[in-house]
Design a protein around this ligand. Structure first.
Ligand SMILES: Nc1ncnc2c1ncn2[C@@H]1O[C@H](COP(=O)(O)OP(=O)(O)O)[C@@H](O)[C@H]1O
Ligand SMILES: C[C@@](O)(CCOP(=O)(O)O)CC(=O)O
Length: 435
């Protein structure tokens, strides 16, 4: 890995007409984390907090500049090395004739990860770096190159010098889907880049790869992604999430792609639920966590006590199913906004909060809570709110749904006194989109 000898070599200006902006939301798992890994139903919603990417062409010969604000790094990558990987026939797959950008399931994941790791060693030049975040930075670059190679290697695209800036409103490592949001946004960005670069081609794929043709009218570059494209973006993001999280269930990439609320069961088609946005309190315990470790802990527990743990997982599925029904009624009543429905609304919020509490207790029995998370939940209870951990647990965020016109001032004050970070946001907004 080369390091920068003189910063002035890396001055550049925007040039050319390619300028693409995309963003993808973070997510919360409302019900069903951990049980989803064992085939149970889960419910997740998108957040009003997004990862934002901007790709623009630059006048710095043969360079791809990555400017990552959340991790404080700016790297230049040598485009020749990247193009070499793209040109290597069969680098991403052992079945080129079945493979194109639309078929991520034919990618040879482990080989591509290895190639990308080697590429990072050869191609990265550090312009700026925060040494304390270096491990995460290189993991991010690997993930980006994985998606770039996966999506573009079967195509006739030749890369132009470019800069990609990464910005994010989502806290990292706290259970609100920062890596899934990043993976979805990059998959979408490279799909947009592909459209832009191949708009006039008869067949987008290189010889020997499965042919791909845009519709007769050409790809839609300015508007949003088609549902077919969203499926492919989500599938590539899933592949990429394996770099960050080993064996993810797929719920995170799904909700960050499609937005709104999704009911998800592994290997089944996704059910999209459309509802009015709801206010959500996010409380960051600031306890670092690692999803992989928490998932492994539950697996071990299940190995020890298969019957007992199955009961808990089934109870979690029951919570998801019941909560979905309750949320549907809440949504109807919020839309109706009349006196008759108001009483029912209050009653159903009360039911949902009870289910949230039950869900947290079930998760706690799987050993994935933490004393700080439990303290947050006790404080919320004092203020007539219910909370649960979200995502892998062991730290990170507690979520609490806010009944309409709930004033958060007092509870926020008390939580902040304990040094917790409090964010009021909304859930249920749009998925990945061109900005
Ligand atoms: N906003 C971001 N910018 C750059 N890299 C990110 C960002 N979010 C996540 N990552 C990458 O994903 C890895 C896992 O992120 P993490 O926050 O633990 O994921 P999650 O929120 O899904 O649990 C980080 O180590 C980093 O490499
Ligand atoms: C624990 C789990 O159900 C959710 C993990 O969520 P997060 O990556 O910690 O936000 C694991 C998974 O679904 O892959």
């Amino acid at each position: 890995m080369a390091s920068l000898s003189s910063r002035q070599f890396y001055k550049y200006n925007a040039q050319g007409d390619v300028s693409l902006k995309v963003s993808a939301p973070g997510k919360v798992i409302l019900h069903g984390e951990h049980s989803v890994v064992y085939g149970k139903l889960a419910l997740a919603a998108s957040l009003d907090l997004r990862t934002k990417l901007h790709l623009f062409e630059i006048d710095l010969p043969n360079k791809l500049v990555l400017n990552c604000l959340p991790l404080d790094f700016k790297f230049a990558l040598d485009l020749n090395f990247i193009q070499e990987l793209l040109d290597k026939r069969g680098a991403c797959t052992s079945q080129p004739s079945h493979f194109n950008w639309e078929t991520p399931k034919f990618v040879n994941h482990h080989r591509l990860v290895e190639l990308v790791k080697n590429l990072v060693i050869d191609a990265v030049v550090v312009i700026e770096e925060n040494p304390s975040r270096s491990r995460e930075a290189y993991q991010t670059v690997e993930a980006i190159l994985y998606l770039l190679a996966g999506i573009l290697s079967s195509t006739s695209v030749s890369l132009s010098p470019m800069c990609i800036t990464i910005d994010s409103e989502i806290s990292m490592g706290a259970g609100t889907g920062s890596s899934a949001s990043l993976s979805v946004a990059f998959a979408a960005l490279f799909v947009s880049y592909l459209k832009r670069k191949t708009i006039e081609l008869e067949n987008v794929s290189k010889d020997g790869f499965r042919p791909f043709h845009w519709p007769q009218s050409g790809p839609d570059i300015d508007n949003q992604y088609t549902s077919r494209e969203l499926d492919v973006i989500s599938a590539w993001a899933f592949q990429c999430e394996m770099i960050f999280h080993g064996t993810p269930s797929g719920i995170d990439n799904t909700v960050c792609t499609f937005g709104n609320m999704v009911q998800y069961r592994q290997y089944y088609s996704v059910v999209h639920l459309s509802f009015n946005t709801l206010n959500l309190l996010l409380v960051n315990s600031k306890v670092p966590r690692e999803t992989k470790r928490m998932v492994a802990g539950v697996a071990k527990l299940k190995e020890y006590f298969p019957h007992l743990i199955n009961y808990i997982l089934n109870a979690m599925e029951d919570v998801t199913v019941t909560a979905t029904d309750v949320i549907k009624i809440i949504d109807e009543d919020i839309r109706a906004d009349d006196v008759v429905n108001k009483a029912r609304l209050i009653e159903n919020f009360d039911k949902w909060m009870t289910l949230i509490q039950i869900n947290h207790n079930l998760l706690s029995s799987l050993g994935v809570s933490h004393e700080k998370l439990d303290l947050i939940i006790t404080i919320l209870k004092k203020h007539e709110l219910a909370g649960k951990l979200t995502g892998g647990g062991g730290g990170g965020y507690v979520i609490s749904v806010l009944p309409p016109s709930y004033d958060v001032d007092e509870v926020s004050r008390e939580l902040k006194k304990h040094n917790f970070e409090v964010t009021v946001t909304q859930m249920g907004g749009p998925g990945v989109r061109v900005d």
